[in-house]
Design a protein around this ligand. Structure first.
Ligand code: NAD
Length: 297
């Protein structure tokens, strides 16, 4: 399969699309922002004026959009893909959205003979640029095998975790672990600081033990420098936790830690920190306890 359609050319989608071009795929792109389309056309892609035009031109259609309503609109909305989809095509949604929506879309598309896969990613903009994202996939084994090379142009690893929706469930699990882990780091370092022990010394002492984690390694230094340039923005993480809570309510699963972190993020968003890195959860604890984790330089 050589002809790929790509919809959603934002922070993540643009470098992913560029990597597909670099790998030799013929790319047709669409974004509601025309400038983003123009910049990909300059790099060698064909520009489309609607999602429908992308569907007509492509064997595999990839979406990289903010959330469930945006994916629904691109598939089923005005000028959406749906009427132009035909049997034998693949729909690969790489956005982080609700697993409930992912399953609904897969069921509707199956009626047309189109295999849908949910393939959200972890790794952020740097790994999107390097083509080394980690991809968690929901779909059938046949569909996964068919799009594996396409995923390989954007990701260092792609794991089939289960049927449609399972990739999005896996991403929610990832976001729960990361959110709660960062909050725990901020909460614990706050106690250390209040007790009069230098948080940076604590970090050095504990990073090699059981409390060590990639979250501790990446986020504690940001807390010490007060540099919360993203990275991964708090408002995107809160969007993911909203999808966790929608899913947990549907299943009647209690997720008290995630719910607490969600409320911390709401405070930060109202305080104007929505576009800060999620390491900025430290700012919640700093406000609560009237202290700063920043090191004097
Ligand atoms: P972004 O906001 O930078 O990009 C989204 C793009 O979608 C924009 O270009 C926007 O114009 C376009 N768009 C929105 N609605 C549209 C519509 N109806 N039709 C056409 N185009 C539309 O977001 P991003 O950072 O690229 O994130 C995309 C997805 O990837 C999100 O689900 C996010 O949670 C996930 N993600 C992001 C990161 C990260 O570090 N930024 C990491 C992993 C996963």
């Amino acid at each position: 399969m050589k002809r790929i359609g790509f919809i959603g050319l934002g922070l993540m989608g643009r470098p992913m699309a560029l990597n597909l071009l670099k790998a030799g795929y013929e790319l047709t792109v669409y974004d509601r922002n025309e400038e983003k389309v123009a910049s990909l056309v300059e790099a060698g892609a064909a520009g489309a004026e609607t999602p429908q035009a992308v569907a007509r031109a492509s064997e595999v259609i990839i979406t990289m959009l903010p959330n469930s309503p945006h994916v629904r609109e691109v598939v089923f909305g005005e000028n959406g893909l749906y009427p132009e989809l035909r049997s034998g095509q693949y729909f690969l949604d790489m956005s982080s959205i609700s697993p409930i929506t992912a399953k609904e879309i897969a069921e509707k598309l199956r009626e047309k003979g189109v295999a849908a896969l949910d393939a959200p990613v972890s790794g952020g903009v740097e790994k999107a640029q390097a083509g080394t994202l980690a991809c968690m996939v929901g779909g059938t084994e046949e569909a996964f095998a068919a799009v594996k090379d396409v995923l390989g142009a954007m990701a260092a690893s792609a794991v089939l975790v289960g049927p449609p929706g399972a990739g999005q469930t896996c991403k929610l699990v990832n976001q729960m672990i990361v959110g709660v882990n960062i909050a725990a780091v901020a909460e614990a370092l706050t106690l250390g600081k209040k007790a009069g022990v230098d948080p940076e010394n604590i970090f050095q002492a504990i990073r090699g033990g059981l409390a060590g984690s990639q979250c501790l390694e990446d986020k504690a230094p940001r807390m010490f420098s007060g540099n919360f340039a993203p990275g991964f923005r708090i408002n995107l993480h809160a969007k993911d936790l909203a999808n966790v809570l929608e899913t947990s309510h549907e299943l009647n699963v209690a997720v008290p830690l995630t719910a607490q972190v969600m409320e911390m993020m709401q405070v930060l968003i109202s305080d104007g920190h929505g576009t800060s890195d999620h390491g900025g959860l430290a700012l919640f604890y700093e406000k609560l306890n009237s202290l700063s984790l920043q090191q004097e330089s």
